[in-house]
Design a protein around this ligand. Sequence first.
Ligand code: UP5
Ligand code: MG
Length: 190
Amino acid sequence: SDEKTPFITFVVGGPGSGKGTQCAKIVETFGFTHISAGELLRREISCNSEHGSMILDSIREGKIVPSEVTVKLIEKEMESSKNNKFLIDGFPRTEENRIAFERVIGAEPNFVLFFHCPEEEMVKRLLSRNEGRVDDNIDTIKKRLEVFTALHLPVIKYYSEKGKLYKINAVGTVDEIFEQVRPVFAVCEA
Ligand code: UP5
Ligand code: MG
């Protein structure tokens, strides 16, 4: 493939659906660079950047940070990478996110992985994660689920209609789920 044309995969799904876990396996197996939008935002909080306190307030409330902030962080990360294969995790969360990315980056994803997981399973995983995330408490988890449910469908529908959506059943062991993910990437390697 062309060195300059980035190969972009979006990884979407509800809170705790296993996006980060599966991205780590994709990176290991297929050599992508993992860009987690949530991690980029948490990094802004911990380095006390310009938008840090606004981002912290949004994450505590499970709200979506303004697209321009998130897209700028993603853009910087893509530009500073020597790789041209990117996994963008936890983004786009809304139609507005999607449109802002296309406008700023000037590209569409090659395909989109959607991890589909029942709410009760997501809640169970998040409550037992224990990594000290400010949003892993039951009140914020409920808000994250509400925001996801209210906003994700148009994004899914858009990519589904373009034939770019791969829906993964995100229930099962990490390895079982990866066996559904692997063929999607194996095809694009061939
Ligand atoms: N786990 C994973 N797979 C498992 C399996 N198959 N069986 C059993 N357990 C499994 O997994 C969650 C937990 O489950 C872990 O403990 C894992 O070991 C276990 P993980 O892989 O971390 O799931 P993930 O989908 O990545 O969950 P995460 O909590 O990161 O998802 P969110 O989408 O909620 O979080 P994110 O970091 O993307 O965003 C956080 C907040 O940032 C958002 O709520 C929002 O406020 C803000 N944000 C924006 O505003 N804009 C953005 O573009 C992105 C984020
Ligand atoms: Mg994650």
